[in-house]
Design a protein. Sequence first.
Length: 187
Amino acid sequence: MSERKPIVKIQNIVASAALNQRVSLKYVVQKFPQAEYSPRVFPGLVFRLKKPKTATLIFETGKMVCTGAKSEKEAVQAVTKVAKELKTHGIPIANKPAVAIQNIVASAELGGEIDLESVVYKLKRVMYEPEQFPGAVYRMDDPKVVFLIFSAGKLVCVGAKKENEVYQAVNNIQKLLEDQGLIFYPK
């Protein structure tokens, strides 16, 4: 285990939810004129909350997708709040929404320089084409996430379904980079 603690920040959580009933989006727009709905452009309605700062797409089928939350708890709170707002304004909502986390996007700083040229040779499942993109793409199996690795020691982690998977994955990649001599920390 490294002496250095990576700085990890959850940037966005995407959660899906199902009300298991149909919802009249035309009626929702009547009750919430600030909601964004252009059925000719996109079949979903955008319902924004200030607290937690999220955007929830609502579809006629009663399915919802919430983005912008910074924690699993916040994602659940946002979806629950949207359902409660709808119900409070006379939109019949019979069921509590069933929420599932689909993707967590996080950034991390390891605090050292990473030798991307050598990463390609020493690690499996890496793609690095510097003329196309400045970072290497690394696919981790356990937990199942994908990293963008940058030479400045910064990472982007996508694909986790639980916050603890993000921390586990960042610790795993840091150990892997250290064990392979691919990261150099300033003295």
